[in-house]
Design a protein around this ligand. Sequence first.
Ligand SMILES: Cc1ncc(COP(=O)(O)OP(=O)(O)O)c(N)n1
Ligand SMILES: Cc1ncsc1CCOP(=O)(O)O
Ligand SMILES: [Mg+2]
Length: 212
Amino acid sequence: MTAKSAFPAVPQRLGLYPVVDSVAWIARLLEAGVRTIQLRIKDKRDEEIEADVIAAIRLGERFEARLFINDYWRLAVKHRAYGVHLGQEDLDVADLDAIRAAGLRLGLSTHDNMEMDRALAARPSYIALGHVFPTNTKQMPSSPQGLEQLAAHIKVLGDYPTVAIGGISIDRVPAVLATGVGSVAVVSAITQSADWRAATAQLLELAGAGDE
Ligand SMILES: Cc1ncc(COP(=O)(O)OP(=O)(O)O)c(N)n1
Ligand SMILES: Cc1ncsc1CCOP(=O)(O)O
Ligand SMILES: [Mg+2]
């Protein structure tokens, strides 16, 4: 896949990509060396999370990290986040032109071929593919795509920046990376770990912090 993104580029390898629900997590993971990260707070009004979005963006800037805001694209644009992550339903309502005009990177979720085609038409900065394995973190309407399907999708996408998500535990990371995907996004592998520092260090060792 050689089509260039219509949004600012991200490195082809985003490396370890924790997806977390608080500024406290953003701060401790950036301190620990993470350089690609997402603030994912669900089901709040913009006014309720604006201060958190601002604080997360500031931290991202301070650590020269790639900080994506999930869902809340208006706040991300208003406060100039590094990027926004959107799902397929978000595509129905989000103003992609406004996100592009503000110079933000865009990541889009996909779960199958049809969604990949729809996402590619928007020419985002990266494509996320999931869920790879069963996950307890989010209720998913579809079945896990598994490693074979993930590898097939990565092959089609060629050098397009890609992110795998869903049920990725530390022991599964080598097999996920073997598909050629540029990044592994994780929630519970870090936030539900008995020792998040050790888990993060191990994940960084395996997946890296992403290309400069
Ligand atoms: C890196 C990454 N990939 C996928 C998702 C899921 O986004 P979405 O489908 O919009 O679902 P919600 O996260 O909004 O529940 C993600 N957040 N990050
Ligand atoms: C937000 C999201 N989107 C697809 S799977 C998922 C949750 C991933 O969480 P975990 O890494 O704990 O399986
Ligand atoms: Mg979403």
